[in-house]
Design a protein around this ligand. Structure first.
Ligand SMILES: [Zn+2]
Length: 293
C-alpha cells in the first residue's frame, strides 16, 4: 500500500530537485557563457570619429575590431554603448575625438565606404552603432525643459525634471521607381554626392501614408502623376538616422517639370540608355537592378 506513495514522493522530490538545480545553475551557466565569450574575444568594437569607422586589417579582408578590450583606450569620461544585434553578437560602441592614423593593423574609413570592406552583417551593426552615437550626442538636454538628460536604458534617456523620455528618432523617407512603358524616371538631386542619377526620394510628412508620400513627392519634384503604387522593400539608412522605404509606381499623366531647388536633372531612361546609377549599397540601386532584371 505504501509503495506507490513513496514513489510519488520520490518523483515529487526529484522534480523539485531538478527545478532547484535549474534555478541555481542558470545564472552560473550564463556567467560562464559570458566568460567564454570574453575568453574567445567575441566583443565587436565600433569606434567612430564622426562618421569615420575604425576597421581592423586581416590577411586579405577587413573586419570590425574584436577582442576582450577595446582596440583603442577610450577617454575616461567616454560612454560605451551596448549595441544589440539580431544575432546576439556582443557589440560595444564609442566615439573618439580624433582620427586614428592608418597603421599595419587599423585604418579608419567612412561609414558608407565601409560597405565595400565589411561583411554585410557587420556593415549593418556599424550603421546601428552610428545611429545610437548620433542620438546620444544629440539628446544631452531635454527638448521640453532644457534639463540635462539621464541615460536609463541602452536606447532610452529620461529628463529628471519633467519625466520626458527620449528614444532614437528615425526619419522615414520614400523612394519611388516610376515606370513609363519601357523606361524609368531617374533624377539628379542637388544634394547627391556625385554625378549619378537615382529615384525620386523624399521624407514622409506627418499625417500621410507612405503611398500618399510617394504620390506627393513625385508630383512636387517632377510634376508627374503616378498610379499603382506598390511596396518594394526597405532599408535602414544610418546617414544619420533614416529608414528608406521603396515603392514601384506607374506613370499616369503629366509632363516633367523639375522642382529646380531640389533637382538639377530628371528624365525617363530605357534599359539600354541608363546613366550612372547609385552604388550597390543603396536600396535605390537594388530597385533599379530589379527593374533591369
Ligand atoms: Zn524635461
Amino acid at each position: 500500500m505504501r509503495k506507490p506513495i513513496i514513489k510519488v514522493l520520490l518523483f515529487t522530490t526529484n522534480i523539485f530537485h531538478s527545478i532547484h538545480f535549474l534555478f541555481l545553475t542558470l545564472p552560473q551557466i550564463i556567467q560562464n557563457l559570458r566568460k567564454m565569450e570574453s575568453a574567445i574575444g567575441e566583443i565587436q568594437w565600433l569606434v567612430f570619429f564622426n562618421d569615420q569607422l575604425l576597421l581592423e586589417k586581416q590577411k586579405d579582408a577587413y573586419t570590425l575590431p574584436w577582442g576582450e578590450q577595446p582596440p583603442i583606450t577610450p577617454e575616461s569620461n567616454t560612454i560605451i554603448h551596448d549595441i544589440t544585434t539580431p544575432k546576439g553578437v556582443l557589440c560595444k560602441a564609442f566615439s573618439i575625438d580624433r582620427e586614428i592614423d592608418e597603421t599595419e593593423q587599423y585604418l579608419m574609413t567612412g561609414l558608407r565606404a565601409s560597405y565595400e570592406y565589411l561583411p554585410y552583417s557587420q556593415y549593418q551593426i556599424a550603421g546601428k552603432a552610428h545611429e545610437i552615437l548620433h542620438w546620444d550626442k544629440n539628446s544631452n538636454f531635454c527638448p521640453a525643459c532644457g534639463t540635462p538628460t539621464e541615460k536609463r536604458e541602452p536606447i532610452m534617456k529620461k529628463c529628471p525634471n519633467c519625466g520626458n523620455e527620449l528614444y532614437p528618432a528615425i526619419s522615414t523617407a520614400i523612394l519611388a521607381l516610376v515606370r513609363k512603358e519601357d523606361s524609368i524616371l531617374l533624377v539628379h538631386a542637388r544634394n547627391f554626392r556625385g554625378t549619378f542619377k537615382s529615384l525620386v526620394a523624399g521624407f514622409l510628412e506627418t499625417g500621410e501614408t507612405l503611398e500618399e508620400c510617394v504620390a506627393r513627392e513625385v508630383l512636387e519634384e517632377t510634376g508627374l502623376k503616378v498610379k499603382n503604387i506598390t511596396y518594394f522593400g526597405n532599408q535602414a539608412w544610418p546617414y544619420p538616422s533614416g529608414l528608406m522605404v521603396g515603392f514601384i509606381a506607374d506613370y499616369e499623366s503629366g509632363e516633367i517639370v523639375l522642382q529646380e531647388e531640389e533637382l538639377s536633372e530628371g528624365a525617363f531612361y530605357t534599359k539600354d540608355n541608363l546613366p550612372e546609377i547609385p552604388r550597390k549599397l543603396s536600396l535605390a540601386r537594388k530597385m533599379i537592378d530589379w527593374w533591369v532584371g
